[in-house]
Write a protein that binds this ligand. Sequence first.
Ligand code: EPZ
Length: 465
Amino acid sequence: MEDTAITPSTNTPTSNAQASGGESVLKIWGKQPLQGQVKISGAKNSALVLMAGALLCGEDCRLRNVPSLADVERMGEILSALGVKLERHGDVLEIDSKHIGQSKAPYELVSQLRASFFVIGPLLARLGVARVPLPGGCAIGARPVDLHVRGLQAMGADVQIEHGTVNAYISGGKRRLQGAKIYLDVPSVGATETLMMAATLAEGETILENAAQEPEVVDLANFCRAMGAKIRGAGTNTIVIAGVPNLHSADYSIIPDRIEAGTFLMAGAATRSPITLTSVIPDHLAAVIAKLRVIGADVVEEGTNRLRVVPGVEYRATDIKTLPYPGFPTDLQAPIMTLLTLCEGDSVITETLFENRLGHVPELNRMGADIRVKGNHAIIRGVPFLSGAPVMATDLRASAALVLAGLAAEGMTTIQGLHHMDRGYDDLEGKLKGLGAKIQRVTLEEEPGAAPAVAAPEASLLTSP
Ligand code: EPZ
């Protein structure tokens, strides 16, 4: 990504397709063996929340290893609209939150990026007031924020939801939020992060019980501690934050994206290619590596921060249940489903976190997979091969599942709905091309013959998360 100052705009192209003015599709010629190594980018789900966390500090902050993603650009626009100055130099993001001009995040930007809700905790803690549009649901579920709201109320904020906007201010004549003991009904990643950020500047001690343990939560805690916050227990189910009056600047490097890494491990397994991943943290992938080994693809650590896929000859079916970390990550449920379509026997995937995260099933079935959905379970009967076809991505991780399917399938696959992919994968097709994949992004004008994919009916009702 070139050096740019990020300024609020509503027409920033968020993918090559929009940049080129027409919708683009991804064409993949399958059965190409992959080889070589790929460097994993910084974690999307760290970058987004750390950018919001920089609002807590009235001095310059520097984030390194920031991925080039449409969602990161959108978060930058939201911060700019609040008065934050941002400068991007390659994968380094300079953030100057000295002068936050206002406490209201613009609806037209928030509605494009759910993660923008993360600004509510820092704005409230820093300014004493925050007005953030309620993030709507998305393709994968209702995505409520009741735990965020109830936690802020427990810390002394008056929070009202009026006309689709969450209006919060510190009440009771207090200048700062008050430390509180908060039990989260579910170990919500977002709620844990919102409340941890709010608590860093509160008066007194906050204890978050049943907190999320994801690596991105730990990354946020480490970034806040680099700014002078007093946090302990991040990565366990109990996080203790002792509030301080203010935070100072920090220069912090974001962890690698474990979901991108898992996606590439599965790409290697699905195409039976011994590829190597660099800049990964193997511990973050323990559940994923364990499942790949059960299926029959080994994953070996080659020195620090390097993993290599050792594909197997026969793959065996297995059952997978998505769970909060350290369980199997819901964000890799769609990609591993693609691999399971090619395993001998019947597998069952149970999606326990989101109520509508099986949108990729009809599209995989168009490619010859044999998957039936019953409630939040997908029953996958292995088939000897997949066949290329025109398909439609319904959400971010579904797009990755379809790319993997295209790489493994016989013949050519065209994938529409690339705006989903561009939100959360940093140059996925460039990285795959670098590994030898035969993959090309073309605009529909260039491809008059591309029969537009007829998405499954429910897919067309979905909005992007
Ligand atoms: C984060 O979403 C990630 N997004 C998601 O990644 C990820 O799938 C999810 O955590 C689970 O790991 C970012 O970090 C930006 P949750 P989040 O709050 O915070 C319920 C991707 O593909 N819940 O842990 O929204 C909720 O309905 C994205 O990169 C409440 O009931 O997830 C869900 O069932 C998708 N009330 C469960 O908790 C609340 O107030 C887990 O959601 C909040 C959540």
